[in-house]
Design a binder for this molecule. Structure first.
Ligand SMILES: NC(=O)c1ccc[n+]([C@@H]2O[C@H](COP(=O)([O-])OP(=O)(O)OC[C@H]3O[C@@H](n4cnc5c(N)ncnc54)[C@H](O)[C@@H]3O)[C@@H](O)[C@H]2O)c1
Length: 335
């Protein structure tokens, strides 16, 4: 029995994500919450012949509390997507408040749930959730995850394209570490299960790294004002959620990159900090999942000089993004 919840369930990501969760037989209850349209989405999904009982709530009549009651896995794609011309700052201002309010409700009603944050900017929204939980005395670093899986999915796809065989993409695994925006996204292509051709030119390698880091822009541009990645994000979010659910059910050896608090595994974090050469409160690395959430944070391992340079560029930007999230909650509680 697993109750999964989607907050922002009527949105571009929320709807296909809810569909994929409904399609997973491990999910027996599916709670959907949004400020609009959730009853319709829930009614529609409830006709699908899979085990999950679907309920959809709006803010009225304490709908958020009802949605969160008994939740074990909560996915948060609530917020506003990036549109052309919108800066990351503009996006932050809107989404930070939404995520903070939802985190407050989770702290009160489902403090033991695994929380998977999709709302951007993930580098800052994950610290926001953590700070809110700390204020309520319920922060468990092992249970909070920033969903960076789309970067991993894109890396698998783009590497397969270069290898000339998209059917490989399901098996191509590239650890993508760091954070979840622009230069903080660091693909460790030298550790790909399927090595890149040794003949690959440096300019093609650079273009591949850039495409993984800024793949989101391709979609924003192609949608021409219609939003950012939704379908690929729902796929990626579901992939990660299913791993978390399987781990929760006792399956061992499940590993995936995710942006987590380094407090979740102090000994893993110590090794990682040595590699980074600087302390960071949050970082995305390969995470081994267990019944309690983060079981182990893996070190980066051997990196090429090019990858070391990418890590060096990511670290200061990440430090800034993390502080932005922490400051937001501190300032909001002063008001
Ligand atoms: N982590 C990633 O890889 C990744 C990838 C793409 C997009 N995103 C982010 O996901 C978020 C959602 O994107 P989208 O394309 O689905 O946007 P969308 O506008 O289509 O959907 C967002 C939904 O959130 C709802 N919402 C707004 N305020 C809410 C609140 N207080 N409580 C509950 N629901 C609320 C809206 O009503 C809407 O249905 C954005 O922040 C976007 O930047 C993350």
């Amino acid at each position: 029995m697993v109750k999964a919840v989607v907050l922002g369930a009527a949105g571009g990501i929320g709807q296909p994500l809810a569909l994929l969760l409904k399609n997973n037989p491990l999910v027996t209850q599916l709670g959907l919450y949004d400020i609009v349209n959730t009853p319709g989405v829930a009614a529609d999904l409830s006709h699908i012949s899979t085990p999950a009982k679907v309920e959809g709530y709006l803010p009225a009549d304490d709908g958020l509390t009802k949605t969160l009651t008994g939740a074990e896995v909560i996915l948060i794609p609530a917020g506003v997507p990036r549109k052309p011309g919108m800066t990351r700052d503009d996006l932050f201002k809107i989404n930070a408040g939404i995520v903070k309010d939802l985190a407050t409700a989770i702290a009160k009603t489902a403090p033991k749930a695994f929380v998977l944050v999709i709302s951007n900017p993930v580098n800052s929204t994950v610290p926001i959730v953590a700070e809110v939980f700390k204020k309520h005395g319920v922060f468990d670093p092992k249970r909070l995850f920033g969903v960076t899986t789309l970067d991993v999915v894109r890396a698998s796809t783009f590497v397969s394209e270069i290898l000339g065989d998209l059917s490989l993409s399901k098996d191509v695994v590239v650890p993508v570490v760091g954070g979840h925006s622009g230069v903080t996204i660091v693909p460790l292509l030298s550790q790909s299960t399927h090595p890149l051709p040794s003949s690959l030119a440096k300019t093609d390698y650079d273009a591949l790294v850039n495409r993984i880091q800024f793949g989101g822009d391709e979609v924003v541009k192609a949608k021409n004002g219609g939003g950012s990645a939704t379908l690929s994000m729902a796929y990626a979010g579901a992939e990660f959620a299913f791993k978390v659910i399987r781990a929760l059910k006792g399956e061992k050896g499940l590993v995936a990159p995710s942006y987590v608090s380094l407090e979740a595994d102090p000994s893993g974090a110590a090794e990682l900090t040595k590699e980074l050469g600087q302390e960071l409160a949050y970082f995305s690395s390969n995470i081994e999942l267990g019944t309690d959430g983060v079981a182990k944070i893996s070190p980066l391992g051997t990196l090429t000089d090019a990858e070391k340079a990418l890590v060096s560029a990511a670290v200061p930007e990440l430090a800034k993004n993390i502080q932005t999230g922490i400051n937001f909650v501190a300032e909001a509680s002063r008001l």
